[in-house]
Design a binder for this molecule. Structure first.
Ligand SMILES: [Zn+2]
Length: 162
């Protein structure tokens, strides 16, 4: 476990050094993944985490255990984008992603299948639980509704934000 942490820190330091000049280069990402024998998506998430930290400082990216249990129960293990019930692979999605100022709070989270989560990327889609979210934070739900109206038709993946 400790070794994993050191390895992650080492990898992120490397990614940080080059992420601005090469963040767009698939070649660089593939090579970096090879050097550290990790997956391509690990490098993507490293870049993402570093970008968030750069913009907002050390904000919490992952929900706490209590938040995870609450969100899963509230959404009844149903993907809030495609409606599939109890999917095999799932994730707790930030409806407004961290890089765009989304917070790690249940009113900004939706239970989703991995497929929807990946397709969505950093766009904002209108989740099915929007009524429930409005009860928790009305202003935030209105923001989601407004932003999703402009974006829900777009589809780009994978996408790295500059
Ligand atoms: Zn789905």
């Amino acid at each position: 476990m400790k070794r994993d942490k050191e390895e992650t820190a080492r990898r992120r330091q490397w990614v940080k050094r080059f992420m601005h000049s090469f963040a767009d280069s698939r070649h660089w990402r593939n090579n970096t993944a090879d050097i550290f024998s990790c997956s391509h998506s690990t490098i993507y998430s490293d870049i993402y985490i570093l970008q968030v930290q750069e913009k907002y400082g050390n904000i919490r990216l992952y929900p706490t255990l209590a938040q995870r249990i609450y969100t899963k129960t509230r959404d009844k293990l149903t993907c809030q984008y495609c409606g599939i019930i109890n999917p095999k692979n799932w994730a707790l999605d930030h409806i407004i992603c961290c890089l765009r100022g989304g917070v790690t709070e249940p009113y900004n989270m939706a239970f989703s299948c991995t497929s929807c989560n990946n397709k969505k990327g950093d766009f904002i889609w209108l989740p099915k639980n929007i009524q429930q979210l409005a009860l928790e934070n009305k202003e935030w739900a209105e923001k989601i509704e407004y932003l999703s109206r402009r974006e829900s038709t777009k589809y780009i993946f994978p996408r790295i934000i500059k």
